[in-house]
Design a protein around this ligand. Structure first.
Ligand SMILES: C[S@@+](CC[C@H](N)C(=O)[O-])C[C@H]1O[C@@H](n2cnc3c(N)ncnc32)[C@H](O)[C@@H]1O
Length: 237
């Protein structure tokens, strides 16, 4: 007997530029009856704004509003609730696409939905162009070559740990900079790496900014920002 239930798609929709959506994501985006996307508790969803030109206007939309708290409890609760809502559509035979900024499996919140639903339902992950590739491209900074090691480091991590990780890698992409900008600057300065680091916010979007890290004003980084420290600047070079 064939499974009549809907398919859950984790749809990578790229870093912002609407031309950086894959043909596969584009096709699925236009064909699914239900789209879901993360959004802050108050305000618009970046994922929806990227996908907006491709939505039919007739699709059911589920806004996954997430409390931005460091602990897991409220978020887990919210994922359970939205998971149940999405499962309702899948049970009724409707495919659901969860829109993911960049790539779904690179710090993407879709993975929490995937954990909850992929055991029970058919789930397909459609990779997207990640912010990592987009940031390196717009900054004109190749990431790594030959046997060099690239570390992807979340800025919220402990200061000492961040320093240890930076000291032992060839290149680094520091993500989720936002309110951790001053800490990132401090650590890079201690390692003598601040001079060559590049700061990029909103890569590939109309409000993109690229500048040397040293020129970024204090406390001025939005959440969608990244710092690149490229080979020759970190570790053994
Ligand atoms: C929760 S992670 C999501 C990453 C996403 N899944 C991806 O594949 O790029 C959010 C972080 O990605 C980075 N980011 C995402 N889009 C970006 C963009 N367009 N420009 C700069 N950084 C971006 C920022 O560091 C941001 O804090």
């Amino acid at each position: 007997m064939t499974d009549q239930r809907g398919v859950l798609y984790g749809l990578g929709i790229g870093p912002g530029d609407q031309e950086l959506i894959t043909l596969k994501a584009f096709r699925i985006l236009q064909s699914v009856p239900v789209v879901a996307y993360p959004a802050p508790e108050v305000g618009d969803s970046l994922a929806r704004s990227i996908a907006a030109p491709h939505l039919s206007g007739e699709q059911t939309e589920i806004v996954i509003r997430m409390p931005m708290t460091p602990g897991n409890f409220p978020a887990n609760d919210a994922y359970d609730r939205y998971g149940t809502e999405i499962a309702g559509h899948l049970d009724a035979g409707r495919d659901v696409a969860v829109l993911c900024e960049g790539d779904p499996f690179l710090y993407g919140s879709f993975m929490y939905m995937y954990q909850r639903l992929s055991g029970e339902y058919r789930a397909e992950v459609v990779p997207g162009v990640s912010s990592l590739g987009a940031v390196a491209a717009v900054a004109g900074r190749p990431l790594v070559s030959r046997n060099q090691v690239l570390s992807i480091l979340p800025a919220p991590m402990d200061e000492e740990e961040l320093e240890q990780q930076l000291a032992k890698t060839d290149a680094a992409a520091i993500m989720k900079v936002g309110r951790h900008l001053e800490k990132v600057k401090r650590v890079l300065a201690r390692l003598g790496l601040d001079g060559g680091a590049t700061y990029v916010e909103h890569a590939s979007m109309p409000n993109q900014k690229i500048m040397p890290l040293s020129e970024v004003p204090a406390d001025a980084a939005p959440y969608f920002s990244m710092v690149l420290v490229c080979p020759g600047e970190v570790g053994g070079g």
